[in-house]
Ligand binder design. Structure first.
Ligand SMILES: *[C@@H]1O[C@H](CO)[C@@H](O)[C@H](O)[C@H]1NC(C)=O
Ligand SMILES: *[C@@H]1O[C@H](CO)[C@@H](O)[C@H](O)[C@H]1NC(C)=O
Length: 265
């Protein structure tokens, strides 16, 4: 009896792993984007029956009332696929009508979405300017990295972590490429990507999506200090999305939510 249960569990586990291919994640992400464009969250075929955990700007939200219900003309999208964790991360830029820059992470098990985490930025969020986001994002090259030149997951993750760790610790030296550029809201900053804030700086909530083929990692995390309308800790919600080449950070996209318009200290 006991061994039958164990075998069944082992069978399920290997099936879950086998299911998580890039093709599966690509299909599911395409379904998410179509639903976002149509304003019909129920149109996501990979949603399990019943409810799905849906978190918008770090707050649990009813999926039928969030940004997925709006109907958005998508001008730009870029997705990375993490087949190890079975998750995707997508950035979306919409410049018309109600302009948005959206980051969305889909967690998948057995071909179904189990959780959506999304940061939804619009007018009044940190340096928000969808036209700028569109322009600069489109100029960047995020090609698939040839297999022989790919960094390991650990190297890609460590580069993203070092960038975030350096915010409150100037002794941390993130591995920046000479061409490092940061798209912060709709502003483009080149030449020096290092950021420092007055310590202590406790960024302990971090949710990763990592894709070795694109040399990319996205991190949803808390951002202390910045938002003057709320407590310093844990602070507001952000996500930083990195392109890493040969161990060095080339691009950073920051999508930071303000609790009220123009939140800078
Ligand atoms: C997402 O981007 C791809 C590649 O640029 C494009 O072919 C596709 O139509 C876009 N999807 C949506 C829903 O806009
Ligand atoms: C950092 O924040 C986490 C959760 O927000 C908390 O549990 C932890 O105690 C904090 N650490 C320090 C050193 O303040």
């Amino acid at each position: 009896m006991y061994s039958t249960v164990l075998l069944a569990v082992a069978g399920l586990a290997s099936q879950a792993t086998a299911d998580c291919t890039r093709a599966t994640l690509q299909d599911i992400t395409a379904g998410y984007l179509a639903a976002l464009a149509a304003g019909k969250p129920t149109g996501i075929s990979a949603l399990p029956s019943g409810t799905v955990a849906y978190v918008e700007n770090n707050a649990e939200t009813d999926i039928s009332k969030g940004v997925l219900s709006q109907g958005i003309k998508i001008d730009f999208n870029r997705t990375i696929y993490d087949t190890t964790q079975c998750a995707s991360y997508t950035e979306v830029v919409a410049t018309s009508k109600h302009a948005y820059v959206i980051g969305a992470r889909l967690a998948v098990t057995d071909g179904k979405i189990t959780k959506i985490d999304t940061n939804v930025c619009d007018d009044g969020d940190w340096l928000f300017n969808a036209a700028g986001s569109l322009k600069y994002n489109q100029q960047e090259a995020w090609d698939v990295i040839p297999e022989a030149k790919r960094d390991s997951r650990d190297v890609i993750k460590a580069a993203g972590d070092a960038y975030i760790d350096a915010w409150g610790d100037s002794k941390v030296n993130p591995p920046f490429s000479k061409q490092c550029a940061r798209l912060e809201g709709g502003s483009y900053l080149t030449g020096n990507c290092k950021l420092n804030f007055p310590p202590p700086f406790n960024i302990s909530r971090r949710l990763y999506t990592i894709d070795e083929q694109y040399g990319a990692v996205d991190v949803f995390h808390n951002f202390p200090f910045l938002d003057k309308a709320i407590a310093r800790d844990p602070g507001t919600e952000t996500n930083n999305f990195f392109r890493v080449e040969a161990g060095q950070i080339k691009y950073i996209h920051e999508n930071t939510v303000c609790s009220k318009k123009s939140c800078a200290k």
